[in-house]
Design a protein around this ligand. Structure first.
Ligand code: PMP
Length: 464
């Protein structure tokens, strides 16, 4: 829809009433929706428009996902063409777009991978857990490798297993208990080191924790380790450069698979096609979603290294095939759109653009926002940035939740949608930015300016 072709106010009121009477929404208070009444009806580039005509700069790219920006009508045409040609057939057979997408992913990963298609990031990680377990059943017949080692405060999805793998108390506690096969180690949240140490004198002890945990559990019980290379939802935690190589070396030492979650990090977000590529590691399993199709349709994938994939080959009688199926896996329409989405990313060099624009935004934030005493830390890579708010820089005491929310609300009132980290009281005081990779310099200037005003207003509120 074009940005000017908005429904009339009466229509907006009707939709709001219809929605509130019939629909359950995720993770927001329905009362808040009643108040905001936001109905997004148009979107273009990095801008979204409410049905009341108000436009916003969307510095979260939806839910960290519209990497190539909104409003690419070319993708609608591709979807329509594919739907007319062949709308669906189960992925127990082959189809053209999914084969092409598999080839693209393999090429982007250097040519040693096969891909299993699913529909969401949660399913991509869940399929990853199952690949790791099934691989272990094939390859270590005398052992019982079923455990996954993950990190505190991680987010890996919303299904029961991915929640269990996650480490966010406030997301998990309503659904407890979990079965216990996910074990957690401290995360590399260096600004608030969970071990009370400082880099580099810590010798990256949080990476070494994986080894201690594998040994304590018994390596013959551990199938895999899961890491999001740059933790997003906990307020953007960029690990020290030697962290992931150390984790990888520990995995290799104990024959444990390395599973990376690139659901947010992937497809250019951090300035490279995949974030793990900053660190020279080579995952056995990689979960991707969001940016794979820039949220134009639902599709996601579990990308598996060939030495793991080969374990799924064999005679029919051996029943080594992938023991799971998703009805919509490898959906031809979503795959066709994803193929073109990735082509656009490469043609327009969006990962490189994320690196340049991310550096511009980061420099701007640093130059402008540290004058406010409540700016604790500014960190990130590419167009994935977190600004942690504190009562003062010395004590690092987290800024009160209501004041942090006040910053988010101030930005919205001034035409900018920003995010706020999860992770419970220890980590929910970070404002997060994950804009479309097509964000312009002047839009970055707007983000800096609005954040500057938001922090000044917060400081004034605290003073008076
Ligand atoms: N992993 C990470 C790192 C995520 O941030 C998310 C969602 N934000 C998921 C997995 C789950 O993806 P989905 O919501 O598509 O299931």
């Amino acid at each position: 829809m074009s940005l000017t072709n908005q429904p009339d106010p009466e229509e907006r009121r009707r939709v709001v009433a219809q929605d509130l009477a019939n629909v359950m929404h995720p993770i927001v208070q329905h009362r808040a929706l009643e108040k905001s009444q936001m109905v997004v009806t148009g979107a273009q580039g990095s801008t979204i428009v409410d049905a009341d005509g108000t436009s916003y700069l969307d510095a979260m790219a939806g839910l960290w996902c519209v990497n190539i920006g909104y409003g690419r009508t070319e993708l609608a045409e591709i979807a329509a063409e594919q739907m007319q040609q062949m709308s669906y057939y189960p992925h127990t057979g082959m189809n053209l777009p999914a084969a092409r997408l598999g080839e693209q992913l393999n090429t982007l990963m250097g040519g040693d991978y096969h891909t299993y298609f699913v529909n969401s990031g949660s399913e991509a990680n869940e399929a990853g857990f199952k690949v790791a377990r099934q691989y272990a059943k094939h390859e270590f017949p005398g052992q019982f490798r079923f455990k996954t080692i993950a990190r505190h405060y991680a987010y890996h999805g919303t299904t029961l297993a991915t929640l269990a793998a996650g480490g966010m108390g406030e997301r998990k506690m309503k659904f407890e208990p979990y079965a216990g096969e996910f074990i957690h180690v401290p995360a590399p949240t260096c600004y608030r080191c969970p071990l009370g140490l400082e880099y580099p004198s810590c010798k990256t002890a949080c990476a070494t924790a994986f080894e201690a945990t594998i040994l304590a559990e018994g390596p013959q019980t551990v199938a895999e380790v899961i890491v999001e290379p740059i933790m997003s939802a906990v307020g953007v935690a960029v690990p020290p450069d030697d962290y992931l190589p150390r984790v990888e070396a520990i995995c290799r030492k104990y024959d444990v698979l390395l599973h990376v979650d690139e659901v947010i990090n992937g497809f250019g977000r951090t300035g490279k096609m995949f974030a793990h590529q900053h660190y020279g590691i080579s995952p056995d399993i990689m979960a991707v979603a969001k940016g794979i199709v820039s949220a134009y349709l639902p599709i996601a994938a579990t990308v598996v290294k060939n030495r793991v994939f080969e374990s799924f080959l064999g005679e029919v009688a051996e029943a080594r095939q992938v023991m799971q199926v998703n009805t919509y896996g490898g959906h031809p329409v979503a795959a066709a759109v994803a193929v073109r989405n990735i082509e656009i990313m490469l043609e327009e060099q969006l990962p490189e653009r994320a690196a340049t624009m991310g550096a511009y935004l980061m420099d701007g934030f640093k130059a402008t926002l540290f004058k406010h005493a409540i700016t604790g830390d500014i960190r990130g890579k590419g167009l994935l940035i977190g600004i942690e708010l504190v009562t003062d820089r010395e004590s690092k005491v987290q800024l009160d939740g209501a004041l942090v929310q006040g910053v988010v609300d101030f930005c919205k009132a001034n035409g900018v949608i920003v995010g706020r980290s999860g992770g419970g009281s220890r980590h929910s005081n970070t404002i997060v930015f994950s804009p479309p990779l097509v964000i312009t310099r002047s839009e970055c200037d707007t983000l800096i300016e609005v954040m500057d005003k938001a922090l000044a207003a917060t400081v004034a509120k605290m003073a008076g």
